[in-house]
Design a protein around this ligand. Structure first.
Ligand SMILES: C[S@@+](CC[C@H](N)C(=O)[O-])C[C@H]1O[C@@H](n2cnc3c(N)ncnc32)[C@H](O)[C@@H]1O
Length: 472
């Protein structure tokens, strides 16, 4: 679609040349320098980022890897837990580690479940820890009680008054609340400070925030929660850039305050994001199966309108005239497109699973005793008793890895990987200079299905396996 109807956003016209620079693929040399520096600063000496005319960026091995070797632990640049997943998992909003205690995790999940809020419920406007114990406040309840545990038992798990056996083997970091709002919680003061400095000071809806911004932010969040929570992570990209811009501005105080010098600071602040592979969201998203191809234009127009509504709400809250091009629909669409196209799932396994496995593995006498206490909780949690933390994140190096249906590496969390870092392990021996590939999809399905899934990423796979299995 793109060009078939004019953008509803005035900024798209007013700042067209600046926007073109923001969304352009960075020059090869600048990109190479950026990745070389990043790899050096993070000491990922086993890899390098290469550029080819065929698939753009790709990651190559800088040394031999044996099967099972760790290739890379890639730190999130910008990420966010899915809104609905917040009901199931309490994690640090900065590093995505599980926090509190096993009792806290189990208690809050069963509590929300008991009052009808669960991750398959669509109204999640009221899930604050401060509501615990006052179920009348949860007007969003939509589900029958699915466990029979008394509310006071659940509340005492959350408050720490009740403990479960053997949880001391699974201690989690204490909850450090955001100094402003009830939404964000951390595993340490240092994560709280980093989040504040990097994104959250502009997105906090708490007491430190001026009331007009607060209500605008609340409207933005409500719209994202009711439509697509990818807007929340897109907003974080914008605040990440704005806050970097402000820091650079302070550092370069001696420079002239012209539009030109401000824009070059904005380009510098945007640099880590500029490296991500991007396309306009509404142009690149695959047409859902239930949308007829003759309705494609109107489908794409609807997505663009949805993004525009979200952007307007975000602008009401945090618009900064010095960084106006960043608030254009064109840039917003490319940021969202970056998350859609980069295979950027964030997953952290729940410690609840390890806890119940531990109970099951106890010697018989201890096991019986412990199970008498834990069984009702396990039964109430049901089949999905250990939902992992899930979200969307931009990993600067993992996002340079190309896809193969016969990959030589895999994103895989080991027992010790308890935060949001992406962990890439070798699936087979990899020789120095080989390209490192991962699979963006479930590769254990037939050729046609794989190609259909890869349509979401905007390419047709021609890896050795696909060439072999391609029907003539
Ligand atoms: C996560 S990025 C990978 C890095 C990308 N090559 C770049 O230049 O930034 C995903 C995009 O890379 C391209 N890509 C990845 N694997 C590919 C493959 N096997 N064949 C063709 N294009 C591929 C597609 O355009 C895809 O949407």
């Amino acid at each position: 679609m793109g060009g078939s109807s004019a953008s509803p956003c005035d900024l798209d016209r007013e700042f067209a040349p600046q926007i073109a620079q923001l969304i352009a693929t960075p020059p090869l040399q600048a990109a190479q320098e950026y990745y070389d520096e990043l790899i050096q600063s993070k000491k990922h000496d086993g890899i390098r980022v290469n550029f080819s005319s065929k698939h753009g960026k790709g990651v190559c091995a800088n040394k031999d890897f044996a099967e099972g070797d760790l290739i890379l632990k890639d730190q999130i640049l910008v990420g966010s837990q899915h809104s609905l997943n917040k009901i199931d998992c309490a994690v640090c909003s900065y590093c995505f580690r599980f926090i509190g205690s096993i009792e806290f995790q189990i208690g809050r999940r069963l509590y929300w479940q008991s009052i009808g809020l669960s991750s398959d419920c669509t109204d999640r406007g009221h899930c604050h820890e401060s509501d615990v114990g006052s179920s009348a406040s949860s007007s969003g309840a939509t589900k029958e009680n699915s466990n029979t545990l008394p509310e006071e038992v659940l509340v005492s798990l959350i408050t720490g008054d009740k403990s479960l056996p053997f949880t001391d083997h699974f201690s989690l970091p204490q909850v450090v609340p955001c100094c402003g709002c009830e939404e964000e919680r951390y595993c340490s003061q240092s994560c709280a400070d980093s989040d504040w400095e990097t994104y959250h000071s502009l997105l906090c809806t708490g007491s430190k925030t001026e009331s007009s911004r607060k209500s605008a932010l609340q409207k933005f969040v409500e719209h994202a929660n009711g439509s697509n929570d990818i807007f929340l992570v897109a907003a974080k990209v914008i605040t990440f850039t704005l806050l970097r811009y402000k820091k650079l501005k302070i550092q370069s105080e001696f420079q002239k305050n012209t539009d030109e010098s401000n824009f070059s600071l904005l380009m510098e602040a945007w640099k880590p994001i500029s490296m991500g592979f991007k396309k306009r969201w509404w142009d690149s998203v695959a047409l859902p199966e239930d949308v007829d191809s003759c309705d494609e234009d109107s489908f794409r127009q609807q997505i663009r309108d949805l993004a525009f509504t979200s952007l307007q709400l975000l602008k009401d809250a945090i618009f900064d005239p010095e960084c106006a091009p960043l608030f254009s629909l064109e840039v917003y669409g490319h940021i969202i497109g970056m998350f859609e196209l980069n295979n950027l799932g964030l997953v952290v396994a729940s410690p609840i699973q390890d806890y119940f496995i531990h109970i099951d593995d106890l010697p018989d006498d201890k096991k019986e005793e412990a199970k008498k206490v834990t069984r009702p909780f396990l039964d109430a949690l049901g089949e999905d008793y250990a939902v992992p933390c899930e979200g969307t994140a931009f990993f600067p190096l993992q996002s340079c890895m190309n896809h193969s249906c016969c990959p030589n590496a895999k994103a895989f969390k080991r027992d010790e990987d308890i935060d949001g870092h992406a962990v890439i392990l070798a699936l087979k021996p990899i020789r120095k200079d080989d390209e490192i590939t991962i699979s963006y999809i479930d590769e254990d399905v037939p050729y046609e299905e794989r190609q259909a899934q890869l349509a979401d990423y905007g390419f047709i796979c021609a890896c050795p396996r696909c060439q072999e299995e391609k029907p003539y």
